[in-house]
Design a protein around this ligand. Sequence first.
Ligand code: UD1
Length: 418
Amino acid sequence: MAVKLIVNGRKKLSGQVDIQGAKNSALPILSATLLTGGENILHCCPHISDINAAIRILRYLGSSAYMEGHTAVVRCDNIVHSEIPENLMREMRSSIVFLGAIIARTGRARLYFPGGCELGPRPIDLHLNALRKMGVAIDERHGCISCKVCDRLHGARISLPFPSVGATENIILAAVLAKGTTVISNAAREPEISDLCEYLNKCGARIYGAGESKIVIDGVEELNGCVHTIIPDRIVAATLMAAAAVTGSEITLNGVISSHIDSIIPMFEESGCKIFIDNGKLHMTCPDNLSSFKSVRTMPYPGFPTDAQAVMMAVACVAKGTTVFVENIFESRYRHVEELTRLGANIKVANKVAVVEGVNHLFGAKVTARELRGAASLVVTGLCAEGVTEIEGINFLERGYENLEVTLSELGADIKKV
Ligand code: UD1
């Protein structure tokens, strides 16, 4: 029988929790270990299925990779493969993050793509165009991408039409060991990009401007392993903040980098929550009745993150008044809406706009998660719905949240996995 979460709603939360390490930082950094000689010790790697899948991919490629508590220990001295088999690709949708590193390490790569994903079509044209400019010949057919470096990877001037996170990462991974200098204009500025560059620079790379729109990478001959601590997950922080807001609770989150959630905090404040951050501790006191927060527009960083849209919508469902969402990053990122309406939410969607009218009460029901952040929004909504909410499809939740039900139980929620 499928594993489910059973939430008995309307319990207040209290207490403090530590925020797990960021999935979207840990994955590209695990991929980057392929470029290094010697040992990598990566602290604060979350125990989630996407990380397990990344470790399986590293092992298949020939690395020694294992977890000791929350520390990943990786050595990539003997890489023997340059392709990722279809079954491993299917385990982790974001395995495209291995492309640039495998090419840089082995001079070739072959990856299989299962087509669209839970968020709609996920094109990789920006990744491939950039790699071509750096000297990679690419052949795409039957859902398989074969890449081969013609001579040696070389630096290039790459201007991205959109600040794609994945493309920026793949270009950086291909550029650090390339001959000459690479300049990325309109690069993604997400904190996870800065974390990847900080890791690579510790390994001996020469990357300048991470976190800004223009990143300059001077290729080096080789990289060593290093010790690095993954940054805290800003989306997990936003999820727990949403959980506190909908239950009118008072909680403390440890290990928050406040600048990473600057675009999220104003929505919670507008809804009536009081937030105080000091020295990595975020203290939040939430009223019993929330107000709507007018509008949420997802944008590349430092704008409001697409990954926090679904959990913020859970808050809007019970905030008095109207909140308008505009999803600018992905086409199909409202798949949670149908399930939220099963719980009594009042939401209308037209293309990339969703209009949420807050209701006084939500009522527990059986719902099914269809993607990672949508799953989190169902958990948050279940926490404030009257009665029992049964959530199926929690394999999606486990891709990105480490034992979310345990964290929430420790804070006082009535939630269990069955
Ligand atoms: C995106 C998010 C990232 C989030 C991740 C997982 C942004 C800018 N990026 O990263 O914060 O953690 O999803 O949910 O919010 N695109 C192309 N061609 C490409 C690459 C991308 O057209 O080659 C388009 C995509 O269709 C999409 C947009 O660019 O509309 C965002 O893509 P990108 O940042 O690359 O996505 P991810 O790296 O998956």
